[in-house]
Design a protein around this ligand. Structure first.
Ligand SMILES: NC(=O)c1ccc[n+]([C@@H]2O[C@H](COP(=O)([O-])OP(=O)(O)OC[C@H]3O[C@@H](n4cnc5c(N)ncnc54)[C@H](OP(=O)(O)O)[C@@H]3O)[C@@H](O)[C@H]2O)c1
Length: 208
């Protein structure tokens, strides 16, 4: 699959390495531009590309967004049209500034991203697991019960299925938490499964 990655920090760079290692083509972008990414793409190796945000979004059949939440309003929505967009972001008011609709629980951060992008198929995933765990704990050869769970929420069933397949290929057990509204709340900071390393059965118990 062709995967665009927006954000080359802890989550973006870890995911880029994993996706490339699993045989996907990756294009990665950050706020500083492609020149700042040359060393990183050399480390990733293969066909990895350093691009602008617009190019990474247009490149991907699937696009991972791994920036601070406060940056998503700057994303060029047209470049994401029709794409499966994986939202790894979380809302931390101290970092992102207060967002009243989230503070009052009127919506979720992924619904705000979906609203901004308009025509993208947003899936919330890769947001509950620490980047170091993501980088080291995938077990593609292990049965699902022995893997750590990674959670997926979306309104688009086909997009959710695609992202679940990607997660399973990396050696984690994909667990469906529901829609962007309900599942998104089950995956956000403070939720029972947030930032916990849970195997499949424990994850399902925590969600029940
Ligand atoms: N760290 C974790 O373990 C973890 C785990 C799960 C989820 N998350 C969530 O994932 C998101 C990213 O976290 P992180 O720890 O990876 O952050 P990080 O290390 O600070 O990296 C953030 C990246 O976003 C880029 N960025 C910022 N504004 C941008 C913009 N307007 N356009 C394009 N790129 C932009 C930055 O670009 P520059 O490099 O040019 O500054 C940087 O590469 C956050 O919402 C976080 O809550 C983090």
């Amino acid at each position: 699959m062709k995967i665009g990655i927006i954000g080359s920090g802890r989550i973006g760079s870890t995911a880029a390495q994993l996706f490339a290692g699993a045989g996907h083509e990756v294009a990665i972008a950050n706020s500083r531009g492609p020149d700042s990414l040359q060393e990183q793409v050399a480390r990733i190796g293969g066909s990895a590309l350093a691009t602008t945000v617009e190019e990474a979004a247009a490149f991907g059949d699937l696009v991972l967004v791994a920036t601070p939440l406060k940056a998503v309003g700057d994303l060029p929505a047209a470049a994401f049209a029709g794409r499966i967009v994986v939202d790894a972001n979380n809302y931390y008011p101290g970092r992102d500034g207060a967002i009243e609709a989230l503070d009052e629980d009127r919506t979720t951060s992924s619904e705000l991203l979906a609203e901004h992008l308009g025509d993208a198929r947003v899936v919330k995933a890769f947001n509950t697991m620490h980047h170091a765990t993501l980088g080291s704990e995938g077990r593609p050869d292990a049965p699902r019960e022995e893997r750590l769970a990674m959670f997926v929420a979306a309104d688009d069933a086909e997009a959710k299925q695609t992202v679940s397949g990607l997660i399973e290929d990396l050696g984690f057990a994909a667990v469906d938490t529901g829609t962007l509204a309900d599942g998104g709340r089950r995956q956000q900071p403070g939720a029972a499964v947030y930032a916990k390393d849970l195997k499949l059965a424990d994850a399902e118990r925590a969600l029940a």
